[in-house]
Each structure stands twice: as C-alpha cells, then as structure tokens.
Design a protein around this ligand. Structure first.
Ligand SMILES: [Zn+2]
Length: 320
C-alpha cells in the first residue's frame, strides 16, 4: 500500500536560485527532486520562496526570480501549479504531482502591497510574515525584543485575507503570533504553521507552545510537523521515530485532525535518521503505520492538508 503525501515546506527553490545548474528532475543535491517525490509518494509539495542570507539583500527581484525558477525548472517537468481549488480537483483526477508556492518571510516584498498582489497573480498562496529576524511587517522569533506586527504588517495580513493567501506563523515572534491570531479570528480565517513542532516535547524556540497550538487548532488551522533534527529532539542523531512524541502531544491537545508535515528538506544541512529526502516518505509511512491506524496516517500524510486547501484556496470560477 502506498498513501499519498503532501509536504508543506521545502527550500528547493532557494537552492536552485543559488545554483541554477541543479536539475530538479534528479539532482542528488536536492532533497526534493522529481524522482524522489515519486519514490516517496509526494503528490503535493509547497515550494517556499526563501531569500538566502547569501544573496546579501532581500529584493523583490529575487522573489520574482524564484517564481520564474518554479515555472522553468519544476512546472516544466510536469508538476502542476496549484493556485485554485479546481487545480486540486484536477490533480486528484489526473493522479499527477502538484506544486504550491509559498513565501517564507515578507522581506523581499519590500513593503509594497502591489508586489503582494503580483505574487498572488503569479501563484503564491501561502505567506509567512517573517523568517527569524525583524522585517517591515513583523518581528521573527529570534528578535530578543519580541515585537509584534507593524502597521504595515497589519495591512499585509488584511490584504492576504482579502486575496486568499494563507498565513503561516512558523518563524514568527510569539507576540506576532498572538497579534496575527487576533486578526485571523476576527476575519474567521485559520492560519498554519508550515514547519514547526511542539515546544513541550523539544524546547527549541522555533517550536510552538501548547497555548499557540491550541489557538491554531481552535481556528481550524494546521501544524506541519517538521523534520529539522534539532526541532525534533535534543541530543545526538535523532530518527524519524522521535517525531512520534510530537504527534502524540498535538493529538493530546486535540489536534489529531490538524496535523500535517512540512519537512524543511533542502533548508537543513543534517537530517533525521531514516528521513533524509523526499523519497524517504515511503519508509516514514511504513513506520507510522506500525504505530497508528491507516485512517489517522492517511490524514496526517495528506488528508488534512488537502481538506484545508479545499476550504481556503480561492475558487478559479469566482476569480473570473
Ligand atoms: Zn524555515
């Protein structure tokens, strides 16, 4: 048996930007490439637009360049861009592979809401306000002052809600999280954490506290448990089984139907044992099925992600 997989975060586009000679079809330097996606049963992958610190500055031109790379390197190979609910339905019927564009950190949008609208037009459907540090929209989780959203950041959140861009709280400061949560609750729009684990299980600052996970659940959001080794377990050489306590913990908080996965493949230099690239989702699935019934595993691997996107991606019909 092979269940399908949806993964809500990888940094393959950032690697392609730094080295455009990499071949998305099969380069072994890419944790996520087409061959590995097929091997692991990954049917839907979110490709984050993350501007590497190696680029020096966060310019909008770099965001546009990664969108171009998505179409030229990934869509060209037959990966279907997913921007609307109808695309998901077609993907389901075609048995194809889909790709979704997200932006990790609003830095490159340069505070210009026209850039946000243009990015949406070109397919971006998920936005994390920050990476680890402060930008024009909000503070990231590593800013010691723990600032929240700026006035411009609040306008950005409102625009995303209007356009139908899903907001992502991974990397956001704690204060920013709660300010965003308030705006999201008022708008009746859930948000996601695309790649974060449970702080109660592994006390890394990038993981979410119980009250944050509960707030995300109560709005109907999703938490993409992530494979970054040091967000999974402190100590040496953690393995994919060390994710189980995170799953258990989110379930105990009432979130069994809100779990998905966001690997952070291509954004990490070291990996969990038995979970080193997209192809290893096949082994990961077997491991999960040893511990949990198929219905639960199916939901975590793809069902909850798909249901969320069906509810919150825009409809193409309506857009016309
Ligand atoms: Zn990240």
């Amino acid at each position: 048996m092979r269940l399908t997989v949806s993964d809500f975060h990888c940094d393959a586009l950032s690697k392609l930007q730094l080295n455009p000679k990499l071949n998305f079809a099969s380069s072994r330097k890419l944790d996520v490439n087409l061959r590995r996606m097929k091997q692991g049963g990954v049917r839907l992958q979110c490709f984050a637009i993350y501007l590497s610190e190696k680029l020096g500055t966060s310019r909008y031109g770099y965001v546009q360049e990664q969108i171009d790379l998505f179409y030229h390197h990934i869509v060209r190979l037959g990966v279907r861009p997913i921007g609307f609910v109808e695309d998901l339905e077609e993907l389901e019927q075609s048995q194809g592979i889909g790709g979704l564009l997200s932006i990790e950190g609003a830095d490159g949008l340069e505070g210009n809401l026209d850039h946000v609208r243009e990015s949406y037009e070109r397919g971006v459907r998920i936005l994390g306000l920050t990476w680890n540090y402060a930008n024009w929209a909000a503070d990231g989780i590593l800013e010691p002052r723990n600032g929240g959203l700026t006035p411009a950041g609040r306008n950005l959140v409102k625009l995303c809600h209007e356009l139908g861009i899903i907001l992502d709280v991974s990397h956001l400061s704690v204060r920013g999280f709660w300010e965003l949560q308030e705006l999201a609750a008022a708008a009746g729009r859930p948000f996601i954490a695309s790649h974060s684990n449970a702080f109660s299980v592994c006390d890394h600052v990038r993981n979410l506290r119980d009250d944050q996970i509960e707030a995300l659940i109560s709005l109907g959001g999703r938490i993409g448990l992530t494979f970054v080794p040091w967000f999974v377990k402190k100590g040496r050489n953690p393995s994919s089984e060390d994710l189980l306590p995170h799953i258990e913990h989110v379930c105990a908080l009432g979130g069994a139907d809100h779990i998905m996965f966001g690997s952070d493949f291509d954004g990490i230099e070291s990996h969990l044992r038995h979970l080193r690239h997209a192809g290893d989702y096949a082994k990961f699935q077997e491991m999960l099925l040893k511990h949990y019934p198929e219905g639960l595993v199916r939901g975590w691997l793809s069902g909850h992600a798909a249901a969320f996107l069906c509810d919150w991606l825009p409809l193409r019909k309506k857009a016309l």
